[in-house]
Design a protein. Structure first.
Length: 287
């Protein structure tokens, strides 16, 4: 049932178009604000209270729907999974950027890139391409792979847990203090394993030897930020070697081809995940 729910969620994501308007987390932001006003909230306890409250709500609803009948629980699980993806469509954002750059509309291209990069400032087209590739490789795990991983482990509870941890980490990105540190730590723990499995998916979907070579170079950072592993594996799989020398002539067509190849790599990695899940599911049915 897990495999079918994931496939249905992906199909709905593709055919329903942009669901960003439906994936609002204003309610969660308000809950976090209320929790942070409490005297005991500055640290892991506050983060746990903010995230676990809605997660427990999903757990109770899931138990209720399961008691009524599995079709109702199945529908509930698919809806929670669909809500937990994103919140924005990575492929649509990248295609909008590429369309603008192909038209020669650099201003529009930088605006689309700014949305994807979270407002990060990039001062040249060459650096912009590298930043786009890095963000795509990381965001594929944040928006999609990590959600699927936790859905496989914990069902709709896991999918929402991961999405809320990502949203909270992003919302406190520039903050300091115990609450922000605890939010980053929770996200790091939840993202650690799916990020490495996603990195392995990149390696299996591209140049495996180069991906492993880049990965070994990042070995000292293995236990640190998962971004490094995702970017290293993705660059290796693509055989992409960043050029930071602004004096080297810039070939926009080649730069754009790397961005399109990155999208294709992400799709192939997702197919690898789904194929492995299908194999394990069929093996379980046959046992």
């Amino acid at each position: 049932m897990t495999l079918i729910a994931i496939l249905l969620g992906i199909l709905l994501e593709r055919f329903l178009g942009s669901l960003e308007e439906m994936r609002r987390f204003n309610w969660f932001d308000a809950l976090v604000t209320q929790v942070r006003h409490q005297p005991w909230s500055d640290g892991p306890v506050g983060v746990a209270a903010a995230i676990l409250a809605p997660v427990l709500g999903v757990l109770l609803l899931g138990a209720l729907f399961s008691a009524v009948g599995w079709p109702l629980f199945f529908l509930f699980a698919v809806l929670v999974l669909l809500y937990s993806f994103g919140p924005r469509d990575l492929e649509a954002e990248v295609e909008a950027f590429l369309d603008a750059r192909e038209r020669g509309d650099e201003e529009s291209a930088f605006l689309h890139a700014g949305d994807l990069l979270g407002g990060a400032s990039v001062d040249s087209s060459r650096k912009l391409t590298r930043a786009m590739l890095e963000t795509m490789l990381v965001e594929a795990n944040e928006r999609f792979m990590g959600v699927i991983f936790w859905f496989i482990l914990l069902g709709p509870v896991g999918a929402l847990l991961y999405r809320l941890s990502c949203h909270l980490r992003r919302s406190i990105d520039s903050e300091q203090g115990d609450f922000a540190a605890a939010a980053r730590r929770m996200h790091h723990i939840l993202a650690w394993l799916p990020a490495r499995l996603t990195a392995l998916g990149y390696a299996l979907s591209g140049s495996f030897v180069d991906a492993m070579h880049y990965w070994r170079e990042e070995a000292p950072k293995w236990l640190e930020d998962s971004r490094f592993i995702l970017i290293a594996s993705g660059f290796g799989a693509l055989r992409y070697q960043p050029v930071d020398d602004d004096e080297t002539p810039l070939d926009l067509a080649e730069e754009d081809s790397y961005i399109r190849e990155t999208l294709a790599l992400i799709r192939r990695a997702a197919l690898v995940w789904l194929a492995l899940l299908a194999i394990f599911t069929l093996a379980g049915w046959a046992a």
